[in-house]
Design a binder for this molecule. Structure first.
Ligand SMILES: Nc1nc2c(ncn2[C@@H]2O[C@H](COP(=O)(O)OP(=O)(O)OP(=O)(O)O)[C@@H](O)[C@H]2O)c(=O)[nH]1
Length: 295
């Protein structure tokens, strides 16, 4: 095996109906790792993991970002933004039969830092007045930093070009999910997201931004699943807020989280939460990876 391995998170987004699911099914094929459709976390959702000899691509999306009906709380919107910034690569799917303004409106909503690939989908349906090459030139002028690729997810026109575009940008690094523990790792990941979601619901403003959730133990016993999770903050004062008066807040957090995890994994759950103070944890790249913050 060659030495080089690439691994990273690819966040897919686009307007409803742009063709994201069709595209993902195509990219992942049989290798789709099914994740619960119930999971709609504040941050992101893993859609599937593509692992080959030399690379692993974790496809995720940011639920609800575009749907008008989905009323985003301001702080959730900030989460969404950071999720997009954090991904290694962004794939934007735009229906080429729709005006470019729709894409512009979408891009005005989010602050994208990741390298981006714009897939102009549904070329098979395009019959506009402007010739396709001219239209592509317009997109290229509007988004000069992006790779732009016209495709049809339906007829598979140009779709073989997508993977090489991703691999060009995918960072080098070890896989995030390995071998048999993929589903287990996924479950852990989702459990930490569910706890984060409850932190969002329960606490004010800045606390959710400063708290990371790290699953320390995930043990399947015969009648229940025992989960131990650290909530990591950087300051003692944040810990006090998380705990609440006489521990009342953390108790509530435990109750809420347990309910939502039980629903997710479909088993009885024993949940233990620990609040830990680690100054500067946000500054440390390895810690961030460890806590799933690069997803
Ligand atoms: N003609 C044509 N239709 C496509 C193409 N890609 C997707 N579609 C169709 O467009 C519709 C929406 O596709 P989806 O893949 O469900 O789109 P989506 O972006 O996942 O939609 P949401 O789940 O609503 O966000 C479906 O009827 C697809 O069959 C394409 O390349 N050409």
């Amino acid at each position: 095996m060659e030495g080089k391995f690439q691994s990273g998170f690819v966040n897919i987004f686009g307007a409803p109906n742009a063709g994201k699911s069709t595209l993902l099914n195509l990219l992942l094929g049989e290798r789709l790792v099914i994740t619960s459709s119930k999971v709609q976390t504040t941050r992101h959702r893993i859609l599937g993991i593509l692992t080959e000899d030399n690379y692993q691509i974790v496809f995720s999306d940011t639920p609800g970002i575009i749907e008008a009906k989905y009323k985003l709380h301001e702080k959730m919107m900030a989460q969404v933004k950071s999720a997009l910034e954090d991904a290694d690569i962004a794939i934007i799917v735009h229906d080429i039969t729709k005006p470019m303004e729709e894409l512009n409106d979408l891009m005005a909503l989010i602050k994208l830092k990741s390298p981006a690939i714009l897939l102009l989908n549904k070329t098979d349906r395009y019959s506009g007045d402007v010739p396709l090459v001219d239209l592509l030139a317009q997109y290229a002028a509007a988004y000069p930093k992006w790779d732009i690729q016209p495709i049809s997810a339906k007829t598979k026109h140009n779709t073989e070009k997508i993977l090489p575009l991703i691999l060009e940008k995918l960072p080098e690094g070890p896989p995030y999910y390995t071998g048999d523990n993929i589903s287990d790792r996924n479950e852990r990941f989702f459990v930490s997201e569910l706890i984060r979601e409850q932190i969002y619901t329960l606490y004010e403003d800045e606390i959710p931004y400063h708290a990371a959730v790290n699953i320390q133990a995930f043990e399947e016993k015969t009648t229940l699943t025992v989960i131990k999770a650290d909530i990591v903050v950087s300051r003692e004062t944040q810990k006090m807020i998380l705990l609440g008066k006489g521990g009342s807040m953390i108790k509530q957090l435990g109750i809420n989280s347990r309910m939502s995890i039980t629903e997710f994994i479909g088993r009885k759950v024993h949940l233990e939460l620990f609040v830990k103070v680690r100054p500067h944890w946000r500054d440390n790249e390895n810690h961030l990876r460890e806590y799933g913050y690069n997803a």
